[in-house]
Ligand binder design. Structure first.
Ligand SMILES: [Zn+2]
Length: 503
């Protein structure tokens, strides 16, 4: 008895030091959720392992074989199911003020989206105000924000001008710095759109220096995405890559063909990656049709700030020739599928036939560069598949809750359903890596994308064979199915998403 006294004292003292209270349950560990006996994929691409996961509050507190003394408030039996980190979509669209739940994304296992794409971003401080303190805006998934180059170009008063003054560029730099300090993860550019297309290398490099100063990344919708000009598109982005991490958004080669062409482009990315101290990566979405404004078919002289109706009256024949050639290069009028009224669901060929006029007249005389959005079936299967197999290429959706294209509702489910289960193009481990740790590392999210103690509990539980992308081009707004559990910040409740801050 006498000899036991110091030992007992020591135990109590140690327990006190570690903040435990001495109760009858002093040996048991209390957790919020116990995910039991799942096939765990860590997100890093390692072979799966049978394991248990504990969640405490919004974080993972344990991954491994569960000890005996655990009390869980909730147990999820994951036997025969895979358990993965929540998917991260590095290129998403949508208005968080209008559709904060983003159910199209969470239904396909996406727990974090990156918004502010293609040069166009939203008001960051307003969004932080509405989500942080007042909780007026309840988010479905987590959101990582980027600053849009086109947006700060407008805000700095440059608008559509080419060759802005150094003072004006400095104004953009200041706006970018403000955004980075507010928690943005980097800059996006949309160099195929207005006003992004009016920017030159000096302007973009100056902005890249600022992004680099904060350790951020530039995600670029490149200048053309066309087969003939891919090399110059990439050279422009690589120049920015001397100052910051760079990333090719929704990589594609419009009217390029074959896996050899993909190899050539991947070789250029690898070369830059090896030469540079900065990161070089890309994403693709798993569909062979793009989707964007019809303005993409028109020449620069028909776009803002020029007045289209005036241009049409003066140069109608030039316009007809230009759009005719452009559409034919892009697989012809059957490969353009309208996604906006009054032509929604019809191809350009169908509309032209119904009107009884050539398709180029439909575009020039009846629609104009701002009159519609469409899907364009311009991508090559072998080429895009080769891109997807590259270890530095990740998955994105480039979709939104409202866009008339299945990618916003199906991309991440299709990755599993088609590329893993049906085609065996990728192992499940590698596919999951491309949807979790790879985009997390690229964006700079340090505590998500991996199933590991201390990481945030964004977790999916599902049977890969049951995952279905339900959305089609005819019916693009069908939610994906097959994800049994989508936990965001430790909770299954919708509306548990956070606005993320770069740290
Ligand atoms: Zn884009």
């Amino acid at each position: 008895m006498k000899r036991n006294f110091p030992l007992l004292f020591y135990i109590i003292y140690t327990a006190w030091m570690f903040g435990f209270s001495i109760t009858p349950n002093s040996n048991s560990q209390v957790v919020d959720v116990w995910i039991r006996n799942g096939i765990v994929l860590d997100g890093l691409g390692k072979p799966s392992e049978q394991a248990d996961i504990f969640i405490l509050k919004d974080s993972i507190s344990f991954v491994g074989t569960a000890p005996h003394n655990v009390i869980a408030k909730e147990i999820i039996d994951a036997t025969d199911k895979v358990v993965t980190p929540g998917f991260i979509d590095p290129h998403a669209h949508g208005n968080p003020f209008k559709t904060p739940k983003f159910q199209n994304f969470t239904a396909m296992g996406v727990t974090t989206i990156a918004l502010g794409q293609d040069g166009s971003s939203t008001n960051i401080s307003e969004l932080f105000k509405l989500t942080d303190s007042t909780k007026k805006l309840v988010l479905g998934p987590n959101i990582a924000l980027f600053i849009g180059h086109g947006t700060i170009r407008r805000l700095s008063g440059i608008g559509y001008k080419k060759n802005p003054s150094k003072e004006k560029i400095q104004k953009m730099v200041d706006l970018l710095e403000d955004g980075m300090k507010s928690g943005a993860f980097g800059l996006t550019t949309g160099l195929e759109y207005t006003p992004g297309r009016y920017a030159g290398q000096y302007e973009l490099d100056e902005l890249a220096k600022t992004v680099g100063k904060y350790g951020g990344i530039i995600m670029s919708h490149m200048r053309t995405e066309n087969d003939a000009t891919m090399e110059s598109d990439l050279a422009e982005l690589f120049s920015q890559g001397n100052f910051a991490n760079i990333h090719v958004s929704h990589m594609k080669v419009v009217y390029g063909k074959g896996s050899d062409r993909a190899e050539e482009i991947l070789h250029l990315l690898n070369k830059k990656r090896n030469e540079s101290s900065f990161k070089v990566s890309a994403d693709i979405y798993p569909y062979l049709a793009s989707h964007t404004t019809i303005g993409i078919l028109f020449p620069e002289y028909a776009l803002a700030p020029n007045h289209y109706e005036t241009v049409r009256q003066r140069r109608r024949n030039d316009l007809l020739d230009y759009v005719k050639t452009k559409v034919n290069q892009r697989n012809g009028p059957t490969a353009t599928l309208f996604g906006t009224q009054p032509y929604i669901g019809k191809t350009l060929k169908q509309v032209a036939d119904e009107m009884g006029i050539p398709f180029e007249e439909v575009l020039v005389d009846h629609i104009g560069p701002t009159g519609a959005s469409a899907a364009y079936f311009t991508m090559d299967n072998d080429l895009q598949n080769r891109f997807l197999a590259d270890p530095y290429v990740m998955l994105s959706s480039d979709g939104s809750p409202t866009m008339h294209h299945p990618r916003g509702y199906g991309s991440f489910a299709k990755m599993i359903e088609k590329f893993v289960v049906h085609d065996s193009l990728l192992t499940l481990e590698e596919a999951v890596r491309k949807m979790t740790s790879l985009p997390a590392q690229m964006i700079g999210i340090k505590d998500r994308g991996i199933l590991r103690k201390g990481y945030k509990a964004d977790i999916l539980i599902f049977d890969p064979k049951k995952v279905r992308a339900q959305a089609t081009f005819e019916s693009p707004h069908e939610l994906a199915t097959g994800f049994d559990y989508v936990l965001i910040n430790g909770s299954q409740k919708t509306g548990n998403g956070k606005l993320l801050k770069r740290n």
